[in-house]
Design a protein. Structure first.
Length: 55
């Protein structure tokens, strides 16, 4: 029973920290744009090794 006196406050503290981190991420706008990252994979990359002098 004495283990609950240690683990319960630790669990509540960890839950509160997780909730704070989640609210802070949402408030900072991290989840505002959910479509662009999925479409970014479909865009072509620019080839940095191609030289225009080869043409």
């Amino acid at each position: 029973m004495s283990v609950l006196y240690i683990t319960l406050p630790i669990a509540l503290l960890m839950g509160a920290i997780g909730l704070y981190a989640c609210v802070r991420c949402i408030a900072s706008g991290q989840y505002d744009d959910l479509e662009s990252p999925a479409l970014r994979i479909l865009q072509d990359d620019v080839d940095i090794h191609s030289n225009k002098s080869d043409e």
